[in-house]
Design a binder for this molecule. Structure first.
Ligand code: UT7
Length: 330
């Protein structure tokens, strides 16, 4: 069987930079609290009228161009987001239309922070099986339009942010590229991090009560999520290394989902990895959920942090709970 590798990456960040001081002007929080508890100093928010599909289209166009391809070369689209433009249809078809692609399949992935790795695993399988040659994997979010920007929502709203990243996956020789992906879920924790409404469980789907009580805003049991994250990240990273017969010493770079700098640091020290082997950009972009890993990958490429032959591990943990890793020979 042939291998599958990331041929190129792209990213799209809104131009509007929102420093912590902007949030402190609308809710009871401080720059000091946010930096100390999350490491975040600023994030990007879209201008009104820009949705996650548009950011995804921009990131995709960049990734496709960097691969030396045109949109017509893409055989399949995978779009991961928790903040689609619409409940229905999904964002994948919007990328197909906006980039003028052929009438290829467009799959929408809803695994929140793990969404990009879940999507990558599908691309890996299609390419390795010889079903598709060029698969586009997108992670994009517009969270800013769905956050409670009052003191009631401060624990969640200071973290989440907008952005998009994309990768084109194509064939390579066996033993290179995506070596394996490892996906997990534990749905009994769904209430610890969720957006409860609108809901098909409700006879009216959307009600004034939902909006008045803030059930359409994300709820997160932060400490609880934190505790699980710092356990599951190391576990799933070790799983990826073990599955391929590598040890932590073999790892060149860990690119984790950018949830919170404290989580990233705790994971790095639990694994005994020196800080230079753990990538972080949460300081500048906040937590962009499904977009954080492809944005980070694109920055790593640009910064020369990823060189041919490097052993790279991607890892994520988030809502539901779901968690995942991917081991790559770059
Ligand atoms: O993307 C993947 C899923 N998400 C995550 O992985 C996030 C996981 N969780 C976290 O990152 C952290 O739990 C948070 C950053 C959300 C919160 O940090 P924490 O250190 O766990 O704080 P806490 O929730 O325990 O709250 C500590 C205090 C509380 O006050 P009291 O009860 O001690 O008086 C909160 O009310 O900080 C208060 N607080 C704030 N204060 C100022 C909560 N949010 C804020 C805020 N500004 N924005």
């Amino acid at each position: 069987m042939r291998g599958a590798r990331i041929l190129s990456t792209g990213r799209a960040l809104p131009r509007r930079v929102v420093p912590n001081s902007d949030l402190a002007s609308v809710m009871d929080t401080t720059d000091e609290w946010i930096v100390q508890r999350t490491g975040i100093r600023e994030r990007r928010f879209v201008e009104p009228g820009v949705g996650s599909a548009e950011l995804g289209v921009l990131a995709s166009a960049s990734a496709i161009e960097k691969a030396g391809l045109s949109p017509a070369d893409i055989d399949f689209i995978i779009f991961a987001t928790l903040s689609p433009d619409h409940i229905c249809p999904g964002n994948g078809v919007i990328v197909q239309e906006k980039l003028g692609m052929r009438n290829v399949g467009a799959l929408d992935v809803r695994n929140q922070c793990s969404g990009f790795i879940y999507g990558l695993s599908v691309a890996e399988a299609y390419v390795k099986a010889g079903i598709h040659d060029r698969v586009l994997v997108v992670g994009a979010e517009v969270q800013s339009t769905g956050l409670d920007m009052t003191t009631r929502g401060r624990d969640v709203s200071v973290i989440f942010a907008d952005g998009a990243g994309a990768a084109v996956v194509g064939p390579c020789e066996p033993g290179r590229g995506i070596l394996s992906c490892h996906l997990h879920s534990e749905g009994k924790y769904k209430k610890e991090l969720m957006v409860d409404a609108p809901s098909s469980l409700d006879p009216h789907r959307v009600t004034h009560e939902m909006v008045d009580s803030g059930r359409h805003f994300p709820y997160m049991n932060g400490r609880y999520v934190f505790t699980h994250a710092v356990r599951r990240f190391p576990e799933v990273i070790r799983e990826a290394l073990d599955a391929n017969g590598f040890t932590l010493e073999d790892l060149t770079l860990l690119v984790p989902h950018q949830a919170n700098l404290r989580i990233t640091q705790a994971v790095g020290s639990a694994l005994g990895l020196p800080p230079e082997k753990v990538f972080s950009n949460v300081e500048r972009y906040g937590n962009t959920t499904a977009a954080s890993i492809p944005i980070a990958l694109d920055e790593c490429v640009e910064l020369g942090r990823l060189r041919e032959g490097d052993l790279v591990c991607l890892a994520a943990f988030g809502s539901s709970f779901t968690w995942a890793s991917a081991l790559l020979r770059w």
